[in-house]
Design a protein around this ligand. Structure first.
Ligand code: BT5
Length: 323
């Protein structure tokens, strides 16, 4: 969006009262006809700008694009939006390699090559929240799992405000809660996942990408059978407001990083703790009861052969009868 248009929408946002065409024209040092053209372009971008006797004001925002997501966002991420990226994580990586030093949220309406962990395919049809945060934290790679945890907690907090309960499966899945009334048979299905990637030296991270996929307004028939979406549970949601809540919540937890708060919140929302689990890592399969997590993100499992501390792997929740 051009600078004048951004300033115009900022002025309308910051003003507690409607602003007249002549006032806007004077402040922006452009003609009233130019103001009118910018207002029309903003309307096309999904800003419902009404004009009353006292001037223009933003009645609501229906668009899902860079300016609309930026409008009213408290967290200070720069938004880079496209209708389609192959993968927002890949775009964020490109920005990092280009030397981008600010914190950016790369957002797409759809992804053509969305990725999960271990290069698994991530279905990303139009209507989901596909976002990758490019961050530059001053920390060591060992501390990074906590950012994945913070993202999971932020997803839970943002989604809960839609009125449905979700919880976290170690390490990076957000599932619809089994306890949510009236929504069987979707219970326990995956609604969001997180892919964290990084580069740097052994003791210092250069940049970090936290990719979050949240199935918002997508039809669950476009998703794998083990997945579900907000739309199929509660109907279409205000995707822009949901993404803003998610970004604000993540910023609150990580700016500055608040380890104890993140781990405590993760424990509260976890569905893995106290469950019988099977963890598959490249080297072994471990079964036991998940008893705790350890900062910054390892899972502690009580097995028949004692306590195991697991840093990464795929986790399966076992029914208590399953051995
Ligand atoms: C994840 O991997 O859960 C991480 C997903 C991260 C996606 C975001 S979207 C924005 C950013 N850009 C990217 O390219 N990626 C990130 P994992 O735990 O490996 O789970 C992958 C598995 O989840 C797949 O093998 C499927 O079984 C399942 N799956 C695929 N698409 C799904 C979806 N939309 N919802 C739920 N489950 C899905």
């Amino acid at each position: 969006m051009n600078k004048t248009r951004s300033r115009l929408i900022e002025m309308l946002h910051d003003s507690s009262a409607p602003m007249s065409g002549p006032t806007l024209a004077t402040r922006l040092n452009i003609s009233r006809a130019a103001i009118w053209k910018h207002i029309e372009a903003l309307r096309d971008a999904g800003f419902e700008i009404d004009s009353g006797p006292d001037g223009y004001y933003v009645a609501s925002v229906t668009g899902y694009n860079g300016p609309a997501i930026t409008f009213g966002l408290e967290a200070s991420y720069r938004i880079e939006y496209a209708d389609q990226y192959e993968s927002t994580n890949d775009r964020a990586r490109e920005l990092a390699k280009m030397g981008t030093t600010d914190d950016v949220a790369v957002v797409a309406d759809a992804q053509t090559g969305g990725r999960g962990r271990l290069d698994r395919q991530w279905s990303s049809p139009s209507g989901g929240i596909w976002v990758s945060l490019l961050l530059h934290p001053h920390c060591s790679p060992a501390e990074l799992p906590v950012y994945t945890f913070a993202a999971a907690v932020a997803v839970v907090r943002a989604v809960q405000q839609c009125g449905i309960d979700v919880n976290i499966k170690w390490p990076n899945d957000v599932l619809l809660s089994r306890d949510t009334p009236g929504i069987n048979p979707s219970d326990g299905r995956k609604i969001a996942g997180i892919l964290t990637e990084t580069a740097g030296e052994a003791d210092q991270v250069s940049w970090l990408i936290v990719g979050i996929g949240l199935n918002a307004n997508v039809d669950s028939t476009a998703l794998p059978p083990e997945a579900t979406s907000l739309q199929s549970v509660i109907g279409a949601v205000d995707r822009r407001a949901l993404l803003q809540r998610l970004l604000n919540s993540f910023a609150e937890l990580t700016n500055p990083i608040d380890l104890d708060n993140i781990i405590d919140a993760w424990r509260t929302h976890s569905t893995t703790l106290n469950q019988r689990v099977r963890i598959t890592t490249p080297r072994e399969t471990i079964e036991g009861v998940a008893v705790d997590i350890q900062t910054p993100g390892a899972l502690i499992v009580q097995t028949n052969n004692g306590i195991k501390t697991i840093h990464a792997g795929d986790c399966e929740h076992l029914r208590s009868t399953e051995k």
